[in-house]
Design a protein around this ligand. Structure first.
Ligand code: ASP
Length: 319
């Protein structure tokens, strides 16, 4: 009998230098725990991996602590441009949106692209228009803004216009990971009771990024991948490196072509292939047997996992 599993991440980065306020660390851990529980409920009731990752990422988008949806980082022009993707490992169906500005939950738009269009990837204003036609919730772009993210932008711009900062590398209230040295992005991977795998990823990108820039998160194979034959993967980190490494697909391909374990393949990508490309970050992955791995080459990564019916694990630093 297959035990369904769910894993989530909320970005990777460096440990904050200032003293961490225990209450702030707790807030991150509580958020991870309650979001895991939201996705777990779906799996426990026999729901699909696809529904579980959609819901977990939607909840991460709604949480202002993480860089996706409400709480997304700012571009160089003080605007928001959001990216998201989703993939169904049972059919290899997938959907993605990039540079969207008004969709409250970009992961839902990615799923609508997958299920209600003949295409895989929409970008810019037409992606927003597609979501509106699909009846998804549309918000003013200011909905995504939070004072902390704006302070991060100001700080990055004081350092120079070329300072493009990963989300958790710039925070003001001293969250557990140094917001000026952290990547943001959220993601989820799951295995359901039917043996199907799915992955989803969503992000505001990087603070002070150039308008129009697209990272790895909405790119199938780079920031997100799922195939029942191997595994489901969601990444976080310096998107340019993850695109060059085709990071998420590389984990799956290595397993399929060489027969190595999930852990072996994921560790090779995160610890050997990404670092020479300046690829700071990490990933979460689950295979068809329910094995979970969550490697990162930074000092920490907000993450959590649960085997349905068992106690959930949440962590930020190395154990
Ligand atoms: N991978 C994301 C991007 O490059 C950023 C992140 O994970 O923090 O847009």
């Amino acid at each position: 009998m297959i035990k369904p599993v769910l894993a989530i991440h909320g970005g990777a980065g460096a440990i904050t230098r200032a003293q961490i306020i225990p209450a702030v660390k707790l807030a991150y851990e509580d958020a991870l725990r309650s979001i895991l529980a939201g996705g777990e409920r779906i799996l426990a009731n026999g729901g699909s991996a696809l529904d579980a990752v959609t819901e977990a990422v939607r909840l991460l988008e709604e949480c202002p602590l993480f860089n996706a949806g409400h709480g997304a980082v700012f571009t160089r022009d003080a605007t928001h441009e959001l990216d998201a993707s989703i993939m169904d490992g049972s059919t290899l169906a997938c959907g993605a949106v990039a540079n969207v500005r008004t969709i409250r939950n970009p992961v839902r738009a990615a799923r609508a692209v997958m299920e209600h269009s003949p295409h895989v990837f929409f970008a810019g204003d037409n992606a927003d228009a597609f979501a509106r036609e699909q009846g998804l919730e549309i918000v003013d772009s200011s909905f995504f803004s939070t004072p902390d993210r704006h302070a991060q932008l100001i700080k990055a711009q004081e350092t120079g216009v070329d300072s493009i900062v990963l989300d958790h590398d710039g925070v003001v209230d001293q969250p557990p990971l140094d917001e000026s040295k952290k990547m943001g992005t959220v993601g989820a991977v799951a295995l359901d009771a039917h043996g199907n795998l799915a992955a989803a990823t969503s992000t505001g990108g990087m603070t002070n990024k150039w308008p129009g820039r697209v990272g790895d998160s909405p790119i199938i194979g780079a920031g997100c991948y799922a195939n029942n034959a191997s595994c489901a993967v969601s990444t976080t980190g310096k998107g340019e490196a993850f695109i060059r490494a085709v990071a998420a697909y590389d984990v799956a391909a290595m397993m399929e072509y060489t027969g190595v374990s999930l852990e072996h393949a994921a560790h090779k990508v995160v610890y050997e292939k990404l670092p020479p490309l300046d690829g700071a970050g990490g990933l979460i992955a689950v295979d068809k047997h329910g094995n979970i791995t969550m490697p990162f080459n930074t000092e920490g990564m907000y993450r959590g996992s649960v085997v349905v019916g068992q106690a959930a694990l949440v962590a930020i630093y190395r154990e």
